[in-house]
Design a protein around this ligand. Structure first.
Ligand code: G3P
Length: 478
């Protein structure tokens, strides 16, 4: 009680002059678990200034030294996986085992950034002029990648640590400095993660972490003239940020309505297992979750039966007990999910399980016979509810998938590889998984959304490249 976690800038942990704090509500107990500083705009200005100064030096630090520090941070992060995972359990109700996995995955991601960075940033290009019409061989062009400057990183609540380091790792290896604005739910896990970078011995001001109310510092941060790049993961806020941001490169990973297209020849046991994993892991609170199943009518009954048998086995309860289904992040999120379920009920969807909710805990629910006039056919529940739409042709499935405003990932289940490739080509999504549920990882794979699902591509290599600019020097011979 009373203890407020400090924010981090200039290599120090500080209290905000505002004297105010932001409460983090534990989704399970629905009481205040932690408090963080409510930073002011003035403090943001100072943070930006520190980041700007530190970056200049960092850009001159040899690449191998930057890599060495990142490897160190990765090792420290992994050593401290237990207390960080504990925060994830309390702040975002992530099942205990998954919380540990998130931290370990983050350590691996940082190390991979270091390795990938020394390779791709250690190479430049050399061009000669005489390949372009009218030119003699009198100009030599040397080009290499230089950092952008200050990167503003805004991760979402569902992977506060992992989606923070997926921005921090590439930014730092490429020679940028960082201002991190953690999500409120997950802020304390982020602060612990930042402490691991602190212990690794990064220079003062290079990494900064400001906490506070979106209404006070949100726009102020994203529209700040000191920001040279924004990497954001989250929902609709990303669209608003894109409209307001200045002339800086944007990396946006927003929502998804990932479709799972099931053909008649699919291995239905495999499909059912992937609907469970894809639709219900972390209670559906993943942008890459399976958010609509489009199954051929002839195999729909059999598939629904198999999925229902598995839903019945899901453990529902607190994250501390490693339950499969845990409370969703907030009361308003639970209310939104409930609204989608009620709408589907009113419009005649088949409830394969009884709808049940206690506080923020919503029991897993498969909705069969969903039709396009129901909200759940199009909207992202970000909760443990999976709609099934029965289709009579592959075209119908592709059509539904492509009618969505989102285009993050999708998946198709069939034993016919030719059909799978044709369907993948026809689906307007950033990635299509053949015979597996959508997923971002492994973290060096390209990860991108089409349409409203995002701007740019992530994945370690793409993020490093995105956080650099090309600089050329041309030698003009007489
Ligand atoms: O929702 C965030 C998104 O990046 C999902 O990641 O690893 O669950 O596919 P993942």
């Amino acid at each position: 009680e009373g203890d407020v976690f400090k924010y981090y800038t200039d290599g120090e942990w500080k209290k905000s002059a505002s004297g105010k704090s932001v409460a983090i509500i534990n989704p399970t107990t629905r009481t205040t678990q932690y408090k963080v500083q409510a930073c002011t705009q003035e403090e943001v200005n100072k943070v930006m200034e520190s980041a700007k100064i530190a970056q200049k030096q960092w850009a001159k630090t040899p690449l191998w030294k930057r890599a060495e520090l990142l490897h160190k941070a990765a090792a420290i992060l992994k050593e401290h996986k237990a207390p960080i995972a504990e925060c994830l359990v309390k702040e975002i109700a992530k099942p205990a085992k998954d919380a540990v996995t998130e931290v370990v995955r983050s350590g691996d991601l940082i190390s991979y950034c270091a390795e990938e960075g020394v390779r791709i940033l250690g190479e430049g290009k050399f061009l000669v002029s005489d390949s372009f019409p009218g030119n003699e061989r009198t100009k030599y062009c040397l080009s290499s990648k230089i950092p952008l400057g200050v990167v503003l990183a805004i991760p979402p609540f569902n992977y506060p640590v992992n989606l923070a380091v997926s921005k921090i790792g590439p930014a730092l290896i490429a020679g940028n400095s960082l201002v991190l604005k953690p999500p409120t739910q997950g802020a304390v896990a982020c602060l612990h993660m930042v402490q691991c970078f602190h212990l690794a011995g990064f220079p003062k001001g290079l990494i900064n972490c400001v906490t506070g109310k979106g209404s006070e510092i949100g726009d102020f941060l994203t529209m700040h003239p000191g920001v040279n790049c924004i990497s954001f993961t989250g929902g609709d806020t990303g669209v608003a940020i894109s409209k307001k941001a200045g002339m800086v490169p944007l990396q946006m990973e927003l929502g998804g309505k990932d479709a799972c297209i099931v053909l008649e020849d699919a291995d239905l046991d495999l499909v059912a297992a992937n609907i469970i994993k894809g639709g219900f892991s972390y209670s559906g609170q993943r942008c890459t979750a399976v958010k609509v199943v489009l199954v051929m009518e002839s195999v729909a009954d059999a598939l629904v039966e198999k999925v229902n048998a598995k839903v019945a086995k899901l453990k529902v309860g607190p994250p501390e007990d490693n339950c499969d289904i845990t409370p969703v992040v907030s009361e308003s999120s639970a209310n939104f999910i409930e609204g989608l379920a009620k709408d589907a009920k009113a419009k005649g969807a088949t409830f394969c399980q009884e709808y049940k909710r206690e506080g923020n805990l919503i029991w897993p629910l498969l909705l069969d016979n969903v039709r396009p006039d129901m909200r759940i056919a199009w909207e992202e529940p970000f909760g443990p509810i999976v709609p099934v739409i029965r289709i009579n042709s592959i075209e119908e499935g592709i059509h539904h998938c492509n009618a969505s405003n989102f285009g993050l990932q999708g998946c198709v289940f069939t034993k016919d590889i030719n059909k799978a490739i044709l369907i993948s080509d026809a689906m307007e999504t950033g990635t299509v998984q053949i015979n597996s549920a959508p997923a971002r990882g492994p973290d060096h794979f390209p990860f991108q959304g089409l349409k409203d699902s995002g701007i740019g591509s992530q994945g370690i290599t793409n993020s490093i490249n995105m956080m650099t600019k090309i600089k050329s020097t041309v030698i003009n011979l007489p």
